[in-house]
Design a protein around this ligand. Structure first.
Ligand code: MG
Length: 285
């Protein structure tokens, strides 16, 4: 009887105690099962070990190392002192004074064009002039102006030309409201590529060409294995974007290459019009 009474008194407490014990045991089993499921921690690799593995991977081509800096520093060049002026490494072909750096293409003697007020002007019927200095790949700056007195039309108005290596013409023309065939207007690669846009200034106004030229390459048999390429910026605007040159410039037939050496003169064209040039400099590349 006594036992029965005791059991009755503590039955509820016993049930609660057993429930708590069961809960604690379940939680322990659950937690330890979770822990057993976690992956093993990654092994620690020392920096030395990493270098060794990296070196092995590089050896068998599994790792491509970053480009290393070249050993030689880019040459220091003094920037132009005025916009459009020559930087310190440029060869100045005309600085406004005289034609001592130029010759007549026709005679091989003195260039006969006129020099006035810091510019050269075409002297019609004396023929083209060419720089005494020869170069291939280059950056070229040249300024030009067509006559302010407009006369003629199409190809007959303010026509001249800038011939790289005496062969490949960047057209100079008064293309201000002066229609002509598109691959013959100002800033065209004559009869090959029209300019991307027409950014020609009015007649008489000074205009700029900044040109990057890559000369064609020929094999020993005289075949062009790489075409020449040219980029032209006219008055600060891109008009020829690294276009391929198809060969020598002609007005009456398709262009084709005739092998030549790695350097040539810069030729300016006498097309009979009073076109002016100034501030001509080149950086051989
Ligand atoms: Mg021309």
């Amino acid at each position: 009887m006594y036992l029965n009474r005791l059991m009755a008194r503590y039955r509820m407490a016993g049930i609660v105690a057993i429930a708590l014990l069961a809960g604690a045991a379940g939680s322990w089993f659950y937690t330890s099962a979770q822990q057993r499921r976690q992956p093993a921690p990654a092994p620690v690799v020392t920096p030395q070990e990493f270098q060794r593995i990296y070196g092995e991977a590089k050896k068998v081509g599994l790792v491509i190392p970053p480009f290393e800096s070249p050993a030689t520093a880019p040459k220091v060049v003094a920037a132009p002192t005025s916009p459009g002026g020559p930087p310190s490494d440029a060869v100045v072909l005309f600085d406004g004074k005289d034609l001592s750096n130029w010759s007549s293409v026709r005679t091989g003697g003195t260039a006969e064009w006129d020099v006035t007020d810091g510019y050269i002007q075409v002297k019609p019927r004396t023929g083209d002039i060419a720089s005494n200095y020869e170069f291939g790949d280059c950056q070229l700056h040249i300024e030009w102006a067509t006559p302010s007195t407009v006369k003629g039309e199409g190809q007959g108005r303010g026509n001249s030309g800038i011939f790289l290596m005496e062969r490949y013409e960047v057209q100079v023309l008064d293309s201000w409201q002066n229609p002509t065939y598109f691959h013959g207007q100002a800033a065209s690669i004559y009869k090959q590529h029209p300019p991307l846009v027409n950014v020609t200034r009015k007649p008489g106004e000074w205009q700029t060409y900044d040109i990057v030229f890559t000369a064609p390459r020929f094999d020993t048999m005289g075949k062009a294995v790489e075409n020449g390429r040219i980029t032209v910026i006219h008055n600060g605007v891109l008009v020829q974007n690294n276009v391929g040159i198809h060969g020598n410039t002609w007005h009456d037939r398709s262009p084709y290459y005739i092998a030549h050496g790695p350097r040539g003169s810069l030729k300016l064209q006498d097309h009979g019009d009073l076109v002016r040039f100034r501030n001509i400099w080149v950086r051989p590349l």
